[in-house]
Design a protein around this ligand. Sequence first.
Ligand code: TRP
Length: 337
Amino acid sequence: MITTVDGIRRNPARHRILTGDRPTGPLHLGHYFGTLQNRVELQRLGVDLFLVVADYQVLTDRDLADDLAEHAENLVLDYLAAGVDPDRATVFAHSAVPALNQLLVPFLSLVSVAELGRNPTVKDEIAHSGRATVSGLMFTYPVHQAADILFCKADLVPVGQDQLPHLETTRTVARRFNERYGAPVFPEPDALLSAAPLLLGTDGGKMSKSRGNAVPLGATEDETARLLRAATTDADRRITYDPEHRPGVAGLLQLAALCLDRTPEAVAEEVGDSGAAQLKKLVTEAVNEYFRPHRARRAELAADRGFLREVLRAGNERANAVAATTLAEVREVMGTV
Ligand code: TRP
């Protein structure tokens, strides 16, 4: 059930891909190398790309979502600056597509409470949320995500390892729906795992929006320098690539390697005995050089908020048309009015 990009090259036009992000803040370099680059490459190959701005999902671990509209526009900005083509991709907010959300009702009838309770990703997120109670939305969000994926009948979903249980839920929902109503309405989508390694943040942990260890894609060159200068390293002047024992140094080496298209070991070799300060200087230059075109494109796009809103509006319209067709089929096989 896990495919690689190479498997798609043979017949890219056959595939519809859906993936997306929660609009909780700016995307960072980890997103870029982990998934954005891959999405753009898939689009270049000719797959039909759907990107969901998962705004309702923001409410799974907080009561109120701040600045949703602004975050959604900024997500569109991150996508477009990375090279997503708004004329070919469908970028939409799932709260703007009522028929998508309506699928949640029949879908919820197909999974048991016990199954929902076993989802390791949900358990993990509940543990991390630090909240005393778990909302029904948190508990059921993998089924919501199944609706995100199945409303457009995507057959491939690029995800990180942590999202694999949700894809399993999606496959289960699709299979059970088809069995229960005796019609092949939904495909069972496959996961598309990225080959890129998990990028480490400036503290040596996984680079993440919420951990304060990320370099945002939209950072200026000076901000990038400042963030990287503050990265956790160690006193050993000899730079070596040792992710287990020297995660901070390893994260910087990975980042430089990705930007320079070299191996982390080769970058370590080049820095040699010159110490962490020299490494940070090298990484900063590599990142700023690599992202210069991205940031120039971004600055141009950012100046026209109206255009970003228009991309989202057009994407919502397209997603609504697709969702209406699917919901009509669902009504038909379920025999509802
Ligand atoms: N859950 C994903 C995240 O937190 C975002 C998301 C929502 C998603 N719906 C999706 C990803 C459907 C893939 C497919 O990043």
